[in-house]
Design a protein. Structure first.
Length: 380
């Protein structure tokens, strides 16, 4: 797309967000009252409830709330479908008691909302890693007009160390970011859930029994519109050289699926990356925060980062990833040597425990209860 075409498209988006959506909301407000029993789960990157909200979604249904879903992949919608989706959401938003999201969802921030409606951001990543929000143009372009995080009442993070970073990167008011844990992590502490995931996996992959399962779950470089992953082809070459005791599962970031269709396995797609944690012996990733969820299982991980120096200069980090309790490979040869020599075990239990405590310490199996306690306080 030409720069002129891009600017025109952005201008249209701004008009929709800053003019059209507020007008729909204001009109709906005149004809509705807030229903505290109505709960919306909203997302514009998935046609189903995202993993980060699934556990909270189930909890709200169990407790008898009137749950409304607004989850659609906007990349699959026509312009008319998108406008209809946005208009329908704004009407429901005007009457909802609670709205749960897990990533940027611009409609909730497009206008001044009713104070009785509470917006809860169940952010999709734990720990601290790559820069985000207003700290990088890969997330929010410099010419963006508006506030992408306006109207948030509660933002949940995985530990105290995350709070000041979130407040700065997302320009959040002091006091609404809470280290109460991440809702999705509660199931990791459930023995029945872990057993069910293991059985599900080995029914899908009977040939993996008795082998060391390695999950490769990379993030992407660049922005979501033009993502890339420099390690994708290299990982395959490395594992072609290893003995048959290793069993590799490749789970690309959703933004990478269209760019690397050869790595899209329907069998692997039937389970989420998180569902694979109970059977995974080693996680390999680059800059994905999935490593923080995985560390709750106290199992080894490897950082495979062929473009590390470039990534530092472009996106950048909040932390020194080379200080993590994990080996870091910048080349295929280094990754192969780590796997052959099993140096992914070269860390002390205390170092790993300190790492978990610092970045995921609020995730202890009770996050949903902690979050709902905070939500209750919003109404006091």
């Amino acid at each position: 797309m030409s720069s002129i075409g891009f600017k025109i498209k952005q201008h249209i988006k701004m008009l929709i967000q800053n003019v059209y959506l507020p007008s729909v909301y204001k009109k709906a407000v005149r004809h509705t009252e807030v229903d505290k029993n109505r709960v919306i789960f909203a997302d514009m990157h998935s046609d189903s409830v995202p993993y980060s909200m699934q556990a909270m979604y189930e909890r709200m249904k169990e407790e008898g709330y009137d749950v409304r879903l607004f989850c659609k992949d906007m990349s699959k919608m026509s312009n008319s479908e998108l406008i209809h989706f946005l208009k329908s959401f704004m009407k429901e938003y005007a009457a909802a008691g609670y709205v749960y999201i897990c990533i940027y969802f611009l409609p909730v921030s497009s206008c001044k909302k009713r104070p009785e409606t509470k917006v809860i951001q169940l952010w999709h990543s734990g720990g601290l890693l790559k820069k985000m929000g207003y700290d990088t143009p890969d997330d929010i372009p410099e010419n963006y007009k508006g506030d992408v995080t306006a109207n948030y009442d509660l933002v949940t993070v995985s530990s105290e160390v995350c709070i000041p970073v979130w407040e700065n990167a997302l320009k959040l008011p002091k006091g609404i970011t809470k280290a109460v844990g991440l809702a999705r992590t509660d199931v990791y502490f459930d023995d029945d859930w872990n057993l069910e995931r293991r059985e599900e996996f080995y029914n899908l992959y009977p040939d993996a029994r008795g082998k060391r399962v390695v999950l490769y779950a990379p993030s992407f470089s660049g922005n979501a519109a033009d993502p890339k992953c420099v390690g994708m082809d290299g990982i395959r070459r490395v594992f072609e050289k290893l003995d048959e005791n290793y069993f590799l599962i490749i789970k690309p970031h959703p933004h990478l699926m269209n760019k690397y269709p050869e790595y899209r396995s329907e069998r692997a797609m039937s389970m989420s990356s998180e569902d694979l944690f109970p059977v995974t012996s080693i996680l390999i990733t680059d800059y994905s925060s999935i490593l923080f969820d995985y560390c709750l299982f106290r199992k080894p991980f490897i950082l495979f980062t062929p473009d590390l120096e470039e990534y530092k200069k472009t996106r950048g980090f909040y932390v020194d990833i080379e200080s993590f309790p994990a080996p870091l490979a910048k080349t295929e040869e280094e990754l192969e040597r780590i796997l052959v020599d099993k140096t992914y075990f070269d860390y002390s239990e205390q170092d790993y425990e300190d790492f978990y405590t610092e970045y995921m310490g609020a995730c202890n199996g009770n996050s949903i209860d902690n979050i709902l306690n905070e939500v209750k306080c919003l109404n006091d």
